[in-house]
Design a protein. Structure first.
Length: 298
């Protein structure tokens, strides 16, 4: 399918298939396989906003992703947009590193994801049903995507869930990985810098992925955003250290930026589970939903 030929199909699908299963579309890249993405109109109302949900790490398909399904409840009257990562098929089930494709290892990066989302969103803004409101939600790796994407696509509101990065990623991740991996980190990251296109895997990601993100000051991308930003962080997070999220908050405070809201939960982990094993994800999402409604004026 050409880069533009899908637009009439979207207009037809959204008009006639409201509340049905998400529609699958493709969008051509300048080189390589097309971008696979999905459109889920959750209600039958006419004009709708767009809620883009960026999934976390790994090479499982965004289809039937439990975290994505939970996040759809944030704005049930918005059309939800999700995008597959490079090298991930819609049939890809959750699994370990052995289940990831060679294309995934060779090309998947945060920057590639940002480029793919930008292309999809740019074309969706031409849809007749769009009401002009754009919201981004990203958790874990998806939050890194949102930190870059928010300013680029001029989102009205963006949620960075368990992933705000206010210090270089090279310094953040070593705080939460096993000591034996932390010792390896300086030499492995240097290998990545010397081999920035390498598909070789270290600590769950390719050297290309590490080279792309390790030294990038993500907070500088986020500071360019004009829309409202919400950071949600658990103090017991063992994937994104709370120190990094606090530094992100402080980057905005130092520059007297008034568009950031920061929520920190003292007893919650990466998935909003407390120290006794009880999940609070649904109540946190409900609170986020209220914040979004307030910022969107609805």
């Amino acid at each position: 399918m050409s880069r533009l030929s899908w637009l009439p199909l979207i207009l037809t699908a959204v008009a006639s298939c409201a509340t049905a299963a998400p529609a699958h579309f493709t969008l051509g890249r300048p080189s390589g396989p097309p971008v696979d993405w999905y459109l889920d109109r959750q209600s039958a109302s006419g004009k709708q906003g767009i809620l883009v949900i960026a999934q976390g790490s790994g090479c499982a398909s965004v289809v039937n992703n439990r975290n994505v399904e939970a996040a759809k409840s944030l704005l049930p009257d918005f059309t939800v947009v999700t995008v597959e990562k490079y090298g991930v098929a819609s049939s890809a089930a959750p699994g370990g590193q052995d289940d990831c494709s060679q294309a995934y290892w060779a090309h998947h990066t945060v920057t590639q994801r940002v480029e793919d989302y930008s292309e999809v969103i740019g074309r969706l803004k031409k849809a007749a049903w769009w009401n002009g409101k754009l919201v981004l939600f990203g958790g874990s790796e998806g939050g890194a995507v949102v930190q870059i994407l928010a300013a680029r696509v001029n989102a009205d509101a963006s949620v960075i869930f368990s992933s705000a990065t206010g210090i270089p990623f090279r310094d953040a991740f070593v705080q939460v990985i096993p000591p034996e991996l932390a010792v390896q980190a300086p030499s492995q990251l240097e290998r990545a810098r010397r081999n920035p296109l390498s598909p070789e895997v270290w600590s769950g990601n390719s050297l290309r992925w590490w080279a792309d993100i390790a030294d990038r000051p993500l907070w500088e991308d986020a500071l360019r955003a004009r829309g409202a930003l919400l950071v949600v962080q658990g103090a017991r997070d063992r994937s994104n250290p709370v120190s990094s999220a606090r530094a992100f908050r402080d980057q905005f405070a130092t520059r007297h930026r008034g568009n950031l809201t920061y929520w920190e939960y003292p007893d919650y982990d990466h998935a909003m589970v407390d120290s006794s094993g009880v999940s609070h994800l649904s109540e946190v999402l409900s609170r986020i939903s209220g914040w979004l409604r307030l910022k969107l004026g609805s």
